[in-house]
Design a protein. Structure first.
Length: 328
């Protein structure tokens, strides 16, 4: 029985899909992008391909800047967050840059399209007392010993969730009190680990050896002895917060954000926090962290030469005024 002929529209969709798969292979092999980035970009471009089919657009070359603006506006109307739309546009821009490089496209229709402003508030942060209360609870079973070590490490070193679950035993140097993590873009950085986190890791290590085979490299494993997954970490942190009566819902991003905020509030060193968090752009760190205004004012007064001279000048004026008052 002869197969049905492929319609031109279906053929063009197949070609677009092949372009997307080539782009994802390029990201993974040549750009060494993380699996998460490739997965998100693939999903974003598949969504664009579906929209193109709905609009009767048969090739990437038919997409114009007007089309991309309409597509972004549609995502906003569907309730997509500004950051999600920004990632969509980033995926489309990089994809068309790849097509231009491969000779399959003349211009990039997403180049000057900007996402809507992100109106969402910054994620919450626990204060130092709240964090101390959370981490000073005594674990009641082996899995809670693991959970406690995960939380201590996330707060001690500001790890992303993906960085935490991908940790291997050889990444931890207890003697040097450091860990090696692989972040976004497969970039590696060395981070300090605090005493409390090291102790929690040592407690977990003694239990871990009873749960896993000798050749399992993962630091944090599930009850089945295999590398723990992200959803399990999220669920276990949420459970910890509920069990120990935390006033806030506990999640990995809260631990990282609290780490960044507390370090920045204590030091005022934005560049150091940028390095610790693994941000490529300091603008990301500025958005990610926050300080109360009084602390910023104190840092300014202590650090800025004009502020210091103004304060000294004011002090001299006050002293002179007191002297005049004494002489009168």
């Amino acid at each position: 029985m002869a197969s049905e002929p492929v319609s031109p529209r279906h053929a063009s969709s197949t070609e677009r899909d092949a372009d997307v798969r080539r782009f994802l292979r390029y990201l993974a092999s040549e750009k060494r992008s993380s699996g998460n980035t490739c997965e998100h970009y693939g999903r974003d471009l598949d969504r664009l391909d579906e929209w193109c089919r709905e609009q009767g657009i048969e090739s990437w070359s038919q997409l114009s800047q007007h089309h991309i603006r309409r597509y972004a506006a549609l995502q906003a109307r569907r309730g997509c967050a500004a950051r999600t739309i920004a990632r969509h546009l980033s995926a489309i821009r990089r994809f068309f840059t790849f097509l231009i490089r491969e000779g399959g496209q003349d211009d990039n229709p997403a180049l000057d399209v900007r996402p809507p402003r992100n109106q969402r508030p910054l994620p919450g942060v626990m204060d130092v007392d709240q964090m101390s209360h959370l981490l000073e609870q005594t674990p009641e079973d082996p899995l809670e010993i693991r959970d406690h070590a995960m939380m201590e490490l996330m707060y001690s070193s500001g790890l992303r969730l993906a960085e935490l679950v991908s940790l291997d035993r050889y990444d931890i140097d207890p003697e040097g009190a450091t860990i090696r993590v692989t972040g976004k873009g497969n970039k590696t950085r060395i981070l300090p680990v605090g005493r409390s986190a090291l102790k929690a890791l040592a407690d977990w290590s003694r239990i871990r050896s009873q749960l896993v085979s000798a050749d399992e490299p993962a630091v944090f494993v599930s009850r089945h002895g295999t590398r723990i997954n992200r959803r399990t970490v999220q669920a276990r942190l949420r459970r910890w917060g509920q069990h120990y009566h935390s006033e806030q819902g506990i999640h990995p991003h809260l631990m990282r954000h609290s780490f960044a905020s507390h370090i920045l509030e204590s030091s005022g060193d934005l560049r150091a926090v940028q390095e610790l968090l693994g941000h490529a752009d300091i603008a990301t760190t500025q958005i990610y962290t926050h300080l109360d205004f009084q602390h910023l004012a104190n840092v300014y007064d202590q650090a800025h030469p004009r502020a210091r001279s103004r304060r000294r000048g004011r002090a001299r004026t006050d002293q002179a005024g007191q002297g005049e008052g004494d002489s009168q």
